[in-house]
Design a binder for this molecule. Sequence first.
Ligand SMILES: Cc1cc2nc3c(=O)[nH]c(=O)nc-3n(C[C@H](O)[C@H](O)[C@H](O)COP(=O)(O)OP(=O)(O)OC[C@H]3O[C@@H](n4cnc5c(N)ncnc54)[C@H](O)[C@@H]3O)c2cc1C
Length: 481
Amino acid sequence: MSADPFVVVGGDAAGLSAASKFRRDAVDRDVIVFEKGRWISYAYCGMPYFIAGRIESLQDLLSLSPDEAEKRGIDLRRGHEVTAVRPDDGVVDVETVDGSFEQPYSELLVATGGRAVTGPFAVDLDGAFTLHNMDAAAAIDAYIASPSAYDFARVEGTPVDRKRVEYNASLSTPSTAAIIGGGYVGVEMAEALTDRGLDVHLFQRSGHVLPPFGKPVAERVEAELADKGVTVHTNTPVEQLVGEDRIEAVAFDGTELAVDLAIVGVGIRPNTELVSSTDIELGPGGAIRTDDYGQTNLPNVYAAGDCATATHVVTGEKTWLPLGLTANRNGRAIGSTVAGEPTPVGGIAGTAVVKAFEMECGRVGILDDEEAREAGFDPVRSTITAGSRSGYYPGATETDVTLVADRETGKLLGGSIVGADRAAVRINTLSTAVEAGMTVDELERLDLAYAPPFSPVWDPILVAAKVLNGRLEVSPDAKPE
Ligand SMILES: Cc1cc2nc3c(=O)[nH]c(=O)nc-3n(C[C@H](O)[C@H](O)[C@H](O)COP(=O)(O)OP(=O)(O)OC[C@H]3O[C@@H](n4cnc5c(N)ncnc54)[C@H](O)[C@@H]3O)c2cc1C
């Protein structure tokens, strides 16, 4: 056995899942986690709800503390940035405020996550933010609060950048916000800022918000946003953030809208700089290409989480869909593999859920016709509206289900759900079906639960499967779509 440790770069979901699992399974070996920042094991996913004011303390978003990590036997080094990987020598270069050193590894996991893309936008203006770290969440929260009313208990017990919080808390309270980007972060932030009393404008460059969820979902989300007071500007690319020191306006379509808060949520890209001088293979989105075990093409070098590719269960192709479960699961599997128990990381189905106020949405698999055709399928789709519970039971609301299948095989390729009554969790039925490679016929025959408070006799998913099955059974020439 090599004397060198398992070295992990990145102290969040993927990195710490791997280190923890490895630590449990390989008790006689060492694991070092290098984290360049002060934060570890945090829940980015909770940040919009913290800003909304629904979560009292930023500390509630932290999971494993540095002490707990040490107690687990993980050699955690915060404030350590890995600047290069030298695979021929089996070492990484590490920089700290006290100087730099090289660290040999027997196996290496790159779990460096991603970073927010800022495009042409001047996010260094006061009042302009991206939301891709805990300090930004704290700063936005403080910026929204009125200077006399900000409660520092919101960030107590965390390694927050206190100066940045104090500075943002000292600025006058904003009243109008522009959110640039109608992806899931943009939609969640539209709700959060409205909850905080701001007048919110959401800008989306394409025709609809939440592009990966498809049009039937987007239309209901846009209606819900409008109903709750958010002005949704679709087909409206923002060109510029305007301001001297502080954000004053956003420029679009030859005009300007005065705002005093801007959130730029136009996407992320994987952090791969530390392997840029190696021959590592990259895949979709510029993420590090990995195999079924999370291994890269470099010997003993693995990658997981937002910086790595995954395999799509429908197409069998590499894809890049940076989400939380993938990071945790793939990290954990790699921890097992490196500890001596080869464990596949598993594929992903592209399952995602999001809510906008009362409207819940879910999506899975391939929804886009062009994407389906590129993968060699002949897509057929249908969208139905059905009740979420028995019609006579209080709380029943309309749920829209879209299913997409391959005409030739009847195989379910993807689906989406939207509705105000527990719609999002229903997507897990479709995720299971997509992962199992079911046909629409098999989906239609599933024995789904029924009782009036939960579902009509025919669950909306069964209704959708029945309708799509009807389409699949008639000749293609007879179909209107
Ligand atoms: C606002 C927001 C909401 C989200 N909501 C959801 C959701 O509802 N559901 C969902 O599934 N996903 C959600 N996500 C995505 C989810 O948070 C990520 O998929 C997950 O955090 C990825 O974990 P990771 O470990 O790969 O990367 P990260 O969490 O980005 O961690 C990577 C770590 O590596 C460190 N690092 C980077 N480079 C170096 C280096 N060179 N040396 C040392 N350390 C380094 C970084 O400082 C960072 O701590 C959300 C993300 C955001 C921003």
